[in-house]
Design a protein around this ligand. Structure first.
Ligand code: GDP
Ligand code: CA
Length: 326
């Protein structure tokens, strides 16, 4: 089976780890290949280095190097480099980068500087983390640099800040007026992205942020059309339980784009291509309608086992909704 998943950072990566655990424990899924299309709208240049937070979270989580408590960054991390930068007064200091993590960003920046594409660089990083052996291909959504910016209004007036500054430094407490994705107008899907959607047997939307993770990937020209035209069913997992995000500030993002913070509100964002939608037991009142089949399940990714069950439910639902047989 070929599964293609669109993924942001922490929520996406944890789901993918559960998906692999489910594939592992299910004999009829042996040989399954998973292609992950990762969000690069979070990417940022810091200290002259190119940082791809969502791609790295997927690499570290699947490769066993993640800081479990945080959900991002490396386990057993030290912060000497950042301490030195702070001693020199180098900004910004609100974005935490550990020493091991710095290694990833130095390697990425070095290879990009040598003329390799972000896809090529990501493949090199992924081989170190053993993704090919896991049956996983991680593709950035685009090789074109794209950055999500947030229009806010504060004591400095109306201005746009990088998504990371709004999310990490401001904790999304200053209301977002809108999101502007710099570079998206000239972005093209990275090699393999559209094919991964077209040739998949099943497309999954993990519980990633619907606006600033999945929504950004959907904005890459061609991606949304490929999902609409895909022969594979598209099944998503709600990132909201009882209208609230399990972590992060998805509610603030939804408010900015005028969408209700609820499992139904998020499904509405995908209405033109979504076939199956897993919602939490708490949201069981959401009804199937039109093309969309809704099922309620426990959706808390509290352990790898529990997450594997969610992934298994998504695969089973997809099988029942196959757009074409086979
Ligand atoms: P990203 O969007 O994948 O980069 O990662 P985030 O960590 O920002 O999380 C995205 C979404 O995942 C948030 O809206 C969370 O509510 C959701 N999420 C996190 N943990 C869980 C979980 O255990 N279950 C469900 N259903 N959603 C979760
Ligand atoms: Ca992210």
């Amino acid at each position: 089976m070929h599964i293609t998943a669109l993924a942001g950072g922490v929520g996406g990566a944890r789901f993918l780890r559960g998906l692999l655990a489910h594939v592992d424990r299910t004999p009829e899924l042996a040989g399954t290949h998973v292609t992950v299309i990762g969000n690069t709208g979070d990417d940022i240049t810091l200290f002259g280095l190119r940082v791809s937070p969502d791609l790295d979270t997927v690499l570290y989580t699947l490769g066993g190097g993640i800081h479990e408590g945080q959900g991002w960054g490396r386990a057993d991390e030290t912060h000497s480099v950042q301490g030195e930068l702070a001693a020199y007064g180098v900004e910004p200091q609100w974005f935490g980068l550990g020493d091991k993590d710095f290694g990833t960003h130095v390697a990425r920046s070095l290879w990009l500087g040598q003329g390799q594409s972000l896809s090529e660089v990501t493949a090199r990083l992924a081989s170190r983390w053993g993704l090919p052996e896991l049956g996983v291909t991680l593709l950035p959504m685009s090789d074109t640099p794209v950055e999500t910016h947030v229009v806010i209004e504060d004591e400095q007036g109306q201005r746009a800040v990088h998504f990371q500054e709004w999310w990490v430094r401001m904790q999304a407490e200053v209301p977002a007026q809108r999101f502007v994705v710099a570079g998206m107008d000239r972005a093209t899907p990275a090699p393999g992205v559209l094919d991964a959607i077209r040739t998949a047997d099943l497309v999954l939307l993990p519980p990633s942020n619907p606006v600033v993770s999945i929504g950004i990937i959907l904005g890459v020209p061609g991606v949304r059309d490929a999902l609409r035209g895909s022969r594979a069913p598209v099944v998503g997992v709600s990132p909201l339980i009882s209208g609230a995000p399990v972590r992060g500030h998805a509610d603030a993002c939804l408010e900015a784009i005028g969408v209700e913070s609820s499992a139904g509100g998020v499904a509405g964002l995908y209405a033109d291509f979504l076939d199956g939608w897993l919602v939490a037991k708490e949201d069981a009142d959401l009804q199937s309608s039109g093309r969309l089949t809704v099922e309620a399940r426990p959706l808390l990714m509290s352990s790898i086992e529990a997450t594997a069950d969610i992934a298994g439910a998504a695969i089973d639902l997809g099988r029942r909704l196959a757009r074409t047989t086979g």
